[in-house]
Design a binder for this molecule. Structure first.
Ligand code: AN7
Length: 401
């Protein structure tokens, strides 16, 4: 397959079998085709819906043994009741919570762990706000690799922690934020040679870009795709995916991308608003959406580029707006998402209010993770609770009030 790994800063090239994670100059690496393969929707649609439907566009070596749990192929659900509230014409939610471990991370992990195994790694490691650790631990188990996860102590949602435990990861608790956990894992990688599967790993992006392929496959290219942004991996992957579809001739247009951060952890939204070429990092990020509680996003160069090149935007929403959006998805559509994922709906509402997204535009919002990931969040949502003391007939006022 005619592809290389290329530095996005200094353009140095490495072979596909390169075992490093970043360029020797410190820049981010990206997998690039030297010549694009010939593909068609017809070919793709002859296969099951999911990440590996697009095999020719994922340049893992032919002889690699693919580690998969049939990730991707998630439902694209058309809004019914939220549509009325927002006054939009055609909008959908891509429900990534339907992946095997409950988040979009599985798309990147099927490719990342496949390559880890192919490259001969025995152990894999990541820093994580939670979902990456759940996904990596599951896929590593399946591949027979030992998973090590670096977690910000006390800040990982219960469901995610439970998955890392269930799948046998060694938990390394870091006193600090995700950003501190990431520097720790990068140091550990240099000292002990474990293979790092954070989203600076170019293979993770190769899996996650299939989110773009699936959206285009089902509804064509929307005017906007709105998604939460933490470390900036997913928005970079989405943009790469759409651009590749255009290069191989499967679409004619590109969407505009709207990245949404939580206001207490919004270095990229700030850089975007102020027109800065580099973000000012946030030392003590804070938000109820722990998945995106990230102050120093490593993928910032490609995330900012994705927003700017697509004539899109990166903006922020408050925790209150996130929780309200989570409730709306849960109670108006039956779609249960974790707080970080609700940031995308909160962002769509804000961008509609500001007139940046128009009501007649076709919009897809990405719900990155499942509601069950973070059960403790229930305390923020009032439950209508009644205690049954005696006769059921006493409930008449409950049913008819
Ligand atoms: C549900 O698991 O960073 O902008 O360590 O779990 O690609 O970082 C999770 C991120 C959005 C942000 N929604 O994606 C991790 C981690 C959910 C997430 C994001 C995350 P990126």
């Amino acid at each position: 397959m005619d592809a290389v790994i290329k530095c996005i800063e200094c353009s140095s090239e490495y072979p596909i079998s390169y075992t490093g994670i970043t360029c020797s100059c410190g820049g981010l690496l990206q997998v690039e085709f030297r010549e694009y393969p010939e593909v068609s929707w017809e070919l793709f649609r002859s296969r099951p819906f999911g990440v590996w439907r697009y095999r020719e566009l994922i340049p893992v070596p032919r002889d690699a043994e693919i580690v998969t749990m049939r990730e991707g192929g998630t439902p694209l659900i058309r809004f019914s009741r939220i549509k009325e509230v927002l006054g939009v014409r055609e909008s959908y939610v891509k429900f990534e919570g339907a992946n095997p471990t409950g988040s979009f991370k599985d798309r990147g992990m099927t490719v990342g762990v496949t390559m880890a195994k192919y490259l001969g790694a025995k152990a894999v490691a990541c820093a994580s706000t939670g979902n990456t650790s759940s996904s990596m631990a599951a896929y590593a188990s399946r591949a027979g690799l030992k998973p090590y996860v670096f977690l910000p102590k006390g800040k990982v949602a219960k469901g995610k922690l439970m998955q890392a435990v269930l799948h046998g990861a060694t938990l390394i608790m870091v006193n600090g934020s995700f950003d501190d956990a990431l520097s720790a894992v990068m140091q550990a990688s240099r000292s002990f040679g474990v293979y790092v599967l954070n989203s600076l790993n170019p293979w993770r992006i190769e899996g996650q870009k299939t989110l773009a392929y699936e959206i285009a496959d089902e509804v064509g290219v929307p005017d906007w795709v709105v998604l939460p942004v933490g470390n900036g991996g997913n928005i970079s992957a989405l943009w790469k995916g759409f651009k590749e579809l255009k290069k191989v001739g499967l679409v004619d247009e590109l969407p505009r991308l709207a990245g949404i951060q939580a206001s207490g952890a919004a270095p990229l939204a700030h850089a975007f608003k102020e027109g800065l070429s580099k973000p000012r990092f946030v030392e003590h990020p804070e938000t109820v959406a722990t998945a995106i509680r990230i102050g120093r996003p490593v993928n910032w160069p490609r995330a900012l580029r994705a927003a700017r090149e697509s004539r899109g935007v990166i903006t922020s929403v408050t925790d209150e707006e996130i929780l309200e959006a989570q409730r709306m998805l849960g109670r108006l559509e039956g779609v249960g998402v974790e707080p970080a994922s609700a940031a995308s709906l909160a962002g769509l509402r804000k961008l509609l209010d500001e007139g940046i997204i128009r009501p007649d535009e076709k919009v897809v919002i990405v719900a990155t993770g499942h509601a069950l990931k973070d059960p403790d969040i229930a305390v923020y949502h009032q439950a209508d609770t009644v205690e049954l003391r005696g006769d059921v007939n006493e409930l008449s006022e409950v049913f008819w009030r």
